[in-house]
Design a protein around this ligand. Structure first.
Ligand code: PMP
Length: 421
């Protein structure tokens, strides 16, 4: 069992019993130099692998030059260069950026921007979504009551609509999409008037809520309603952005145009950095001085983000995510065929979930937990997600190789067999 400090708050729950001393590519090493295949990537962050030499070199160089150029005091080159560079990967028209440090802060920033830009207050979110833990972001979050319980009253003006979670609903993807769009129309007619609704927040794929991709037709339906009612469509790409899904942005699979994109995690290979991007006409309606932060757009983080973009491009990581994601999903489906306790395998690129279900269709959290732990014991680090913790998810770095995918699946098959024997 890993060493713990009695001084650490018990609020923190650690998913795997590992004390990491170093990371290299797709691997984490502990103090005894035991090697773990890391299919968590620090919750979808270290997309270029642990300590990619180019990211390390860029960060080291920046650390020795300027660590903290506070962006409301002085401007610095890494932030300017990153801003120009992001222009080549952001959806067309989203030409203005604002930087903070974490996904939650960026969600808060998008929420404030939406309220300032529209003069409306309400936000619509979808059941099972995760947008963060700060009070505004937690108010938008319904991935599990543990995030919300006991901290209210939460922010008013949040209306929650159904997500097309086809497997849970026992519907086809088309039926679930149809159902969820009708529910949204009903919500706009009964609960949150379009006149009061500033924004619709959506993850292209439910992340913490269970790794459920939003069908393209659902995202198209949201775009259509946002246009019809003058509501902003905010894509939370914190977990799905930067190539993770096999396209640069998760919403690229649907080909829709977002009004605001939120990005974090894979943006800077592990350095704290997040951003929102929006068109000038929206950003110009934000009230000057209404947002900022001491550490936002940190120079070392920006340098790491620039190197991350280089690595993604030079090593073809978006395509690799698509190829390796397909290989992983196919192999995991074969494991599921042999173990009916895994009722559904789904995902986009290198975001893949295995949902555990009892024979009568209830969430099987106990078996999922055992499989997750059995995998860690065998050297494969994974995470769980979903409201019931019954989805075991795999988020390897985008540099993952075919051999590593196959090795992970082999361990997974053994772990599931152990968990069900
Ligand atoms: N949005 C999404 C989609 C996320 O997955 C997360 C983190 N899991 C967040 C927002 C919050 O990010 P952070 O933990 O950096 O605040």
């Amino acid at each position: 069992m890993v060493e713990q400090s009695a001084r650490l708050s018990p609020i923190l729950k650690q998913a795997t019993p590992v004390l990491a001393t170093r990371g290299e590519g797709a691997y984490i090493f502990d103090e005894d130099e035991r090697r773990y295949l890391d299919f968590t990537a620090g919750i979808g962050v270290t997309s270029t692998g642990h300590c990619h030499p180019k990211v390390v070199a860029a960060a080291q160089q920046q650390v020795a030059t300027l660590i903290h150029g506070q962006y409301t005091t002085v401007m610095h080159r890494p932030l300017l260069r990153l801003t120009e560079r992001l222009g080549s990967v952001l959806p067309p028209g989203l030409d203005r950026l604002f930087y903070v440090n974490s996904g939650s802060e960026a969600v808060e920033a998008a929420l404030r921007l939406a309220r300032h830009a529209t003069g409306r207050q309400n936000a619509i979110v979808f059941q099972g979504s995760f947008h963060g833990r700060t009070m505004g972001a937690a108010s938008l979050t319904t991935s599990g009551t543990k995030i919300r319980a006991g901290i209210g009253p939460l922010m008013p003006g949040v209306a929650i609509s159904a997500f097309p979670y086809a497997y849970r609903l026992g519907m086809s993807e088309e039926q679930a999409t149809d159902f969820a769009l009708r529910e949204l129309d009903y919500l706009l007619a009964t609960t949150s008037s379009p006149k009061d609704t500033a924004a619709i927040f959506i993850e292209p794929m439910l992340g913490e809520g269970g790794y459920v991709p939003a069908p393209p037709a659902f995202l198209e339906g949201l775009r259509e309603r946002a246009d019809r009612h003058g509501i902003l469509l905010v894509l939370d790409e914190v977990q799905t952005g930067f190539g993770r899904t096999g396209r640069f942005w998760g919403h690229d699979h649907a080909g829709i145009r977002p009004d605001v994109v939120i990005t974090a995690k894979g943006l800077a290979s592990g350095f704290p950095l997040s951003a929102i991007a929006a068109p000038s006409e929206l950003m110009e309606r934000a009230w000057p001085g209404s947002q900022g932060g001491t550490y936002g757009g940190n120079a070392v983080s920006c340098a790491a983000a620039l190197a991350t973009l280089d690595v993604i491009e030079e090593e073809g990581l978006v395509d690799n995510a698509a190829t390796m994601g397909a290989r992983l999903q196919k192999a995991l489906s074969q494991v599921a065929d042999e173990h009916p306790v895994i009722g559904d395998v789904r995902g986009m690129g290198l975001l893949v979930g295995n949902e555990f279900t009892t024979p009568d269709g209830a969430p099987d959290t106990a078996t999922a937990t055992r499989a997750h732990q059995a995998a860690a014991d065998r050297g494969l680090l994974l995470l769980t997600c979903g409201a019931y913790g019954n989805v075991v998810r795999m988020i390897p770095p985008l540099i993952v190789t075919g051999e590593q995918v196959d090795a992970a699946v082999e361990i997974w098959a053994e772990a599931v067999a152990a968990a069900t024997s």
